[in-house]
Design a protein. Structure first.
Length: 122
């Protein structure tokens, strides 16, 4: 029983489940040069709405809003306070080690729309 609990706790820590922090470490790994990138859709409400649709399709299955999540909540302060460039970098590169796929298959515009959704007041 003790080893089973230990494995569950380890899994939660590795995946960031319940804490919302482990996966957001990806934001801090963004190279300094990309944190200055400016979102071409900043302040564009239509882009934020389009980004919201993409988040529902591409991101919600892991980043659930309530309950036990596989990954950090998308409305976490650290996500909201991250630079647009850092968020874009995370979407572009992902982290297989942390279970986040790359979303490089999405066109650049769609990745920036997701960033705008994440940065906008929801």
């Amino acid at each position: 029983m003790k080893s089973q609990v230990s494995r569950i706790v380890t899994c939660l820590l590795v995946l960031g489940c319940g804490t919302g922090y482990a996966g957001t470490d990806l934001i801090g790994k963004a190279p300094e040069r990309v944190t200055a990138f400016v979102n071409p859709y900043e302040g564009d409400e239509a882009a934020a709405r389009a980004g919201g649709k993409l988040v529902a399709k591409e991101c919600r299955s892991c980043h659930v809003e309530k309950g036990l999540a596989k990954a950090p909540r998308l409305d976490a302060v650290r996500v909201r306070d991250a630079s647009a460039g850092a968020l874009y970098w995370v979407l572009r590169n992902g982290s297989l080690h942390r279970g986040m796929p790359s979303f490089a298959h999405l066109p650049e515009a769609q990745r920036w729309q997701i960033v705008e959704y994440l940065k906008s007041n929801r």
